[in-house]
Write a protein that binds this ligand. Structure first.
Ligand code: AHR
Length: 495
């Protein structure tokens, strides 16, 4: 008999899984914006006003709820007025953070807002605290959202946008403990209060202000920010990357040694402890959970692909990344009372991307497929569950072999998602469904799996890893018995 049991209480709903947990991040870094998104109107690659059509279509399929821009570290060096007006007159400069390449500012505020309109997603703009002024930040918000007579509204109209845009999410600086100014939390907390004061709500545009939060386990940063500035913010960010080895030797995206499989998954699982402990500090200052924890940078970070610019952070993406994504979503769901936004780093051609491009070619990564399989959870209600799983142990490290989440959508359909960590053996799992509304139900299931630990898609073989219909289960009354494939992500719908 299986020792792995999952009991789901379909009549016990917990928090809502905010769709913004499924957000993405796009920085002026490597080939994310230029090539990945923006090719220019004269490009032979099919585009809409300069934005690649293939990428728009693929991202729309994911129902991406939000997109963060322009950084990252780039945000605290970005001066938004360089990126408006006629393109040929925009400043050319060196992107000192990322690869020392020329930034021609052809992709600026208008182009980003158009991208969000095409994707039907919320823009999430990160302002410059590190090297920008209060006036500059204040005027950017006025430029984007003021409806009426004002210098910035006039400038926007002169640049072809008469009507203001809607802007909900605004980050007041990025990593101000590091690339955004190397500040102490006390100093940044005061700066946050000052800058955020001038991020105005114009008309009915209400801005959700996100303060720079901690790096990894810097609990003191959270403590100081919540104590000194908690009442002035709507969200506090958290950045955590899954690095299999050390920062100076991170490990490869593919062709990695066997022990890096478990090392990676154990490090991804660490997200749960980080959220738990940062949330506990937030609870002391904000017991009603008004302030969201915004994990606006997360994902795997490996050594760059051989032969590529080290400042471009270009890496492949394998079934291991799919497991990291699924495990991370399961953790976010479990904490969805506090975690109400997250943005994977980054959407295209940088770190744990959902899309890779090469010239006019585009491939979907295993991580893309996880986002697609999990999109059913967006805005659904988290269900109470109890999971007993054996450990998967390898090279002296252990993790639960199965990770699970379940939700109920607006139509009453129950969605269960499972991540199975063992890369070489199947695992039996019994699911007990309690509290179902109907005696009769139908089950549909999909899995993403591969027979190699580093299986991935390439431009020559773009469909090596893709979702397939999953049939290795039996239904017996309210119980399902499944045989999970090695290294797999499985989605089950019960209607
Ligand atoms: O995502 C790459 C970089 O990682 C971002 O620019 C920065 O915020 C973080 O350190």
């Amino acid at each position: 008999m299986s020792t792995n049991k999952l009991s789901i209480n379909a009549d016990q709903t917990l928090s809502v899984i905010d769709r913004q947990i499924y957000g993405h991040f796009s920085e002026h870094l490597g080939r994310c914006i230029y090539e990945g998104i923006w090719v220019g109107e004269d490009s032979p690659i099919e585009n809409t006003k300069g934005i690649r059509n293939d990428v728009i279509k693929a991202l729309k399929e994911l129902k991406i709820p939000g997109l963060r821009w322009p950084g990252g570290c780039f945000a605290d060096e970005y001066h938004w007025k360089d990126g408006i007006g006629p393109k040929e007159q925009r400043k050319r400069m060196i992107n000192t953070h990322w690869g020392g390449v020329v930034e021609n500012n052809h992709f600026g505020t208008h182009e980003f807002m158009l991208l969000c309109e095409l994707l039907e997603c919320e823009p999430i703009i990160c302002g410059n605290v590190g090297s920008g002024t209060v006036q500059e930040m204040s005027e950017w918000v006025e430029y984007m959202t003021f409806d009426g007579v004002s210098p910035m509204a006039q400038l926007r109209a002169d640049n072809g946008q008469e009507k203001p845009w809607k802007l909900k999410y605004f980050g007041v600086g990025n990593e101000n403990w590091g690339c955004g100014g190397n500040m102490r939390p006390e100093y940044y907390a005061d700066l946050y209060r000052r800058y955020a004061t001038y991020v105005r709500n114009y008309g009915d545009n209400k801005v959700f202000k996100i303060a720079c939060g901690p790096n990894n386990d810097d609990y003191r940063w959270t403590e100081v920010l919540m104590r000194e500035a908690g009442r002035f913010m709507d969200g506090l960010s958290l950045h955590y990357y899954t690095v299999p080895d050390q920062w100076h030797r991170k490990g490869s995206a593919t062709g990695f040694p066997e022990h890096e499989w478990i090392d990676t998954l154990v490090k991804a699982q660490h997200m749960d402890e980080l959220i738990t402990r940062h949330s506990a500090i937030m609870d002391q200052y904000d017991p009603d959970k008004r302030v969201a924890l915004v994990v606006d940078e997360w994902g795997t970070w490996y050594d760059v692909e051989p032969g590529t610019n080290p400042g471009f952070l270009y890496q492949q993406n394998s079934i291991r990344d799919a497991l990291v994504a699924a495990l991370t979503f399961n953790i976010f769901h479990a904490h969805s009372d506090r975690v109400r936004m997250a943005n994977i780093a980054q959407v295209i051609n940088v770190l744990q991307s959902v899309i890779l491009t090469e010239g006019d070619k585009m491939i979907l990564t295993p991580t893309y497929h996880v986002f697609n399989m999990y999109k059913v959870h967006q805005d659904a209600q988290l269900l109470q569950l109890d999971l007993q799983s054996e450990d998967f142990t390898s090279n002296g490290k252990s993790i639960k072999a199965v990770s699970a989440t379940a939700s109920k959508d607006a139509n009453g359909t129950i969605h269960i998602s499972l991540a199975h960590m063992n890369p070489s053996q199947t695992t039996e799992l019994e699911i007990d469904l309690r509290g179902l509304a109907n005696e009769k139900f139908s089950v549909q299931a999909t899995e993403l799996t591969a027979n190699k630990m580093d299986a991935h898609n390439t431009f020559e073989a773009p469909e090596t890893v893709k979702p397939q219909s999953f049939t290795a289960f039996e239904v017996n009354g309210h119980s399902l018995k499944l045989t999970l494939s090695p290294a797999s992500v499985t989605s089950i719908s019960i209607a």
